[in-house]
Design a protein around this ligand. Structure first.
Ligand code: ZN
Length: 91
């Protein structure tokens, strides 16, 4: 009789731990994919430093007809300077 009770307790304990670990697994915060922000905005990669920025936080600029998005004015200016320099050295 005692053995049966112990087995029942063991099974109950195992079920309890299983449920707890499943709960913990489900509770884990989702890792945001870099493509979208919490607001569902598109994430854009700064071509100068590689940082991802949301469209509303970005500094955009059209370079050679291509719209580019930057994390800061600094990056934008540096990138424009770099592109201008590349053009100079090539021609
Ligand atoms: Zn940047």
């Amino acid at each position: 009789m005692i053995v049966r009770l112990l087995i029942a307790l063991l099974i109950a304990f195992l079920i309890y731990t299983l449920v707890q670990s499943i709960k913990q697994f489900l509770k884990r915060p989702d890792i945001q994919p870099p493509e979208k922000t919490a607001k569902g905005e598109d994430m854009l990669q700064d071509p100068y430093c590689g940082t991802f920025v949301s469209r509303s936080d970005s500094f955009s600029c059209s370079i050679r007809g291509i719209q580019q998005f930057f994390c800061s004015e600094d990056c934008r200016d540096q990138y424009i300077a770099q592109v201008a320099k590349d053009k100079e050295t090539r021609s």
